[in-house]
Design a protein around this ligand. Structure first.
Ligand SMILES: Nc1nc2c(ncn2[C@@H]2O[C@H](COP(=O)(O)OP(=O)(O)OP(=O)(O)O)[C@@H](O)[C@H]2O)c(=O)[nH]1
Length: 674
């Protein structure tokens, strides 16, 4: 319920569309010949409170908090007459002339005041300069421009605000922007066009901006840069109003230009004649009225489309519509932004002041760190972000184990020299002994050679897995002490140190495991005998047949085609003995490889369990307490956090103030539309 309703604004004959696609059509009846003075006095009282509220928000710089404000933005090509139009509306002199004059955004706040004595204030960069005389305004703006944008013709996006409180002016706030030019002059930078475009686009892009496009009657409208730019952000022209200046200089064809509307201006055209040379504003208005009444061509233009008073009326109406339309949205945006900032502020670490507080915070960090590591490394649950595949640890670890197993298995190749190694070893093992009696050391010798051949694979597996786990632990640690960066280096050191210790232990065991495999050939797995018998029975006949038939190759299951021509002249007893040895080793090697993979996987799980449940925590506590300066360090809030907290508090205070301003004005008014 609205508590207070002091002022009612009746916005007649103005249609508005939805928030996003505003169609604003101020309709001024054709028979109405607006008088600048009487119009503003009736309108000003009604719009001023809202305009004041929006101007207060502008001064608070809420736009920097992502809250766009309804604004009339004056754009135009260089020397199109932008400043002259503002001068005419305000009845004051602004820097005018050929070449670039406006080099910084100029916010013009016009306010009607009943006192005949005008007041002028120039605000910029937290300064407020009172201007005593009207004829000093131009110079003051020039000086402030030089202070902001330098002596040369460079431009800047730092705004100047000129407050004009004067009897009879319309209550309007507009922003005049540097004129668009493609050619740099004097020592302007080469990219002057890009710089100006950027400033203009920033101001005209928000849906809340009304574009006041100043076009000189002396140019072809479709060729105007300002038209091209405004059409990029306002394709249908629904928030663009055109002011045609210099009507006196080029009256030919102007009527046609503004009625055919070749450049799709949605809010209509107003043709004006600004002050020329040393005319007073009163003289300029008289000359303008005379021009549009008596000139044979210009007098044919509808009276609702000519003269500064009509422009003032249109602007005031448009301004009241956009402001009243945007107010609820501004409140919503302020509320949303406030909520976001409060959440962000609450997420910041508590500013710790006592050792018990620091101790509690440290314990919390360790606890949640352990919980996360248990979740992803032991229970194998997913991290929140499934896209981050690195953090799906169990899946990545099993991939590494599978790859290790594949490498070990593919290492077993019969190759070109089938049985050659076995025959050579048997030959050297020959002695004065019973034939066909295989000494155990022959098998062991071959086994040792095979184990040595693959011994680098388990080592590189340990290296790979350890560096992956170290990466995961460091990432989790960084995430968990993001709020206390002063702990980061100790935590990182602890994680690296614990992982390095564990890796060394793991490597030591792997080396032992390799040695064990070399020392003894043993398995309790009965499948060994079955597998050996099968290999022999399946392949012995193939080999014998090949020797009889002199076939080049035999096909052994799982190992493919194997060349045997080099065995043709080998005595059958030697060949058979070597064949038996090979099949025995093949069956046993499968057992060895599987045992290695199983053992490594179990060791890995065991190691992870120990690190996560105990060693990481102990190492962190040790590192922080003994070497990292203790938890007292947590009491020194890092400058980055303090700065962030200050920034958030400032923004929250600013938005709260803005919210109060806007809620107050909404309480005070009730807007009705026909
Ligand atoms: N005859 C005539 N001259 C005008 C009119 N409007 C502006 N001028 C002249 O055109 C020139 C440029 O006008 P400014 O108002 O400085 O143009 P501007 O667009 O503000 O210029 P920049 O900000 O430098 O781009 C000045 O010499 C004005 O006196 C007009 O309606 N009639």
């Amino acid at each position: 319920m609205v508590k207070k309703r002091k002022i009612t604004i009746q916005v007649n004959k103005i249609t508005t569309q939805s928030n996003s696609g505003a169609i604003i059509q101020p309709v001024i009846s054709n028979d109405q010949n607006p008088n600048f003075g009487t119009f503003v006095t009736t309108y000003n009282d009604k719009i001023r409170p809202i305009l004041d509220a929006v101007d207060k928000l502008r001064r608070l710089n809420v736009t920097q908090q992502g809250i766009p404000l309804p604004t009339i933005v004056v754009v135009g090509d260089q020397s199109s007459g932008k400043s002259s139009v503002l001068e005419s509306l305000a009845g004051i002199s602004l820097p005018r002339g050929q070449g670039i004059c406006t080099r910084v955004p100029l916010v013009m706040r016009l306010q009607h005041r009943s006192d005949p004595l005008p007041k002028f204030v120039l605000e910029y960069q937290n300064k407020s300069v009172k201007i005593m005389e009207e004829n000093q305004i131009s110079e003051a703006i020039d000086m402030a421009t030089v202070e902001i944008a330098g002596n040369s013709k460079g431009i800047s996006n730092v705004p100047l605000t000129l407050v004009v409180k004067k009897n009879g002016v319309p209550d309007l706030t507009m922003i005049d922007l540097p004129g668009i030019t493609r050619v740099p002059v004097q020592d302007q930078p080469e990219n002057i066009y890009e710089q100006i475009s950027e400033i203009i686009m920033e101001h005209i892009k928000p849906e809340e901006s009304i574009i006041l496009n100043v076009l000189s009657a002396t140019v072809d409208f479709p060729t105007c840069e300002s038209i091209r730019m405004s059409r990029r952000v306002d394709i249908t022209g629904q928030r663009t109003l055109a002011v045609v200046t210099k009507s006196d200089r080029n009256p030919d064809g102007l009527l046609e230009k503004v009625t055919t509307n070749e450049v799709s201006i949605g809010l209509g055209y107003v043709c004006v004649r600004n002050r020329i040379n040393d005319e007073t504003y009163e003289e300029a208005r008289i000359q303008e009225t005379k021009l549009f009444e008596t000139h044979p061509l210009l007098s044919m233009i509808d009276k609702s489309m000519v003269g500064i008073p009509v422009l003032a009326q249109k602007l005031v109406q448009i301004q009241s519509v956009i402001i009243s339309k945007c107010l609820p949205d501004i409140v919503k945006k302020i509320n949303d932004r406030l909520n976001d900032l409060v959440v962000e502020l609450n997420k910041l670490p508590q500013n710790l002041t006592t050792i018990p507080d620091a101790m509690a915070a440290f314990t919390r960090i360790i606890g949640s760190l352990k919980e996360t590591l248990q979740k992803i490394l032991i229970r194998g649950e997913f991290d929140d972000d499934l896209e981050n595949k690195q953090m799906c640890c169990n899946a990545r670890l099993v991939e590494m184990v599978d790859e290790f197993s594949k490498e070990l298995h593919t290492n077993e190749k019969f190759g070109e020299n089938f049985l050659v190694e076995e025959m050579r070893v048997l030959e050297e093992a020959n002695g004065i002994q019973l034939p066909n009696f295989l000494p155990h050391y022959v098998f062991l010798y071959l086994l040792q050679r095979r184990v040595s051949n693959i011994s680098d694979l388990p080592i590189s597996f340990v290296n790979k897995v350890s560096s992956y786990l170290e990466g995961i632990c460091v990432k989790v640690l960084i995430d968990h002490c993001g709020n206390y960066p002063q702990l980061l280096s100790s935590m990182r050191k602890a994680a690296q140190s614990v992982m390095s210790k564990v890796k060394n232990k793991f490597l030591k065991r792997v080396v032992e495991m390799i040695e064990m495999e070399k020392i003894t050939g043993y398995t309790c797995d009965t499948h060994f005998i079955v597998s050996w018998s099968q290999l022999k029975s399946n392949n012995y006949d193939k080999l014998s047949q090949a020797m009889i038939n002199r076939s080049e190759a035999i096909n052994i299951k799982e190992y493919g085609s194997i060349k045997v021509t080099h065995l043709f002249d080998v005595p059958s007893n030697v060949r058979d003995e070597a064949f038996d040895l090979k099949m025995r080793m093949t069956a046993y090697w499968k057992i060895v490889v599987n045992r290695m993979v199983d053992w490594m996987a179990l060791q890995l799980r065991f190691m992870i369990q120990k690190v996560v449940n105990k060693e990481m925590e102990m190492e962190i506590v040790n590192e922080v307490m003994l070497h990292g300066g203790g938890i007292e360090k947590m009491l020194d809030e890092p400058p980055s956090v303090a700065k962030n907290r200050e920034r958030l508090q400032r923004s929250i205070a600013l938005l709260q103030e803005s919210k109060e301003i806007i809620e107050q004005v909404m309480d005070d008014i009730l807007i009705t539309a026909d």
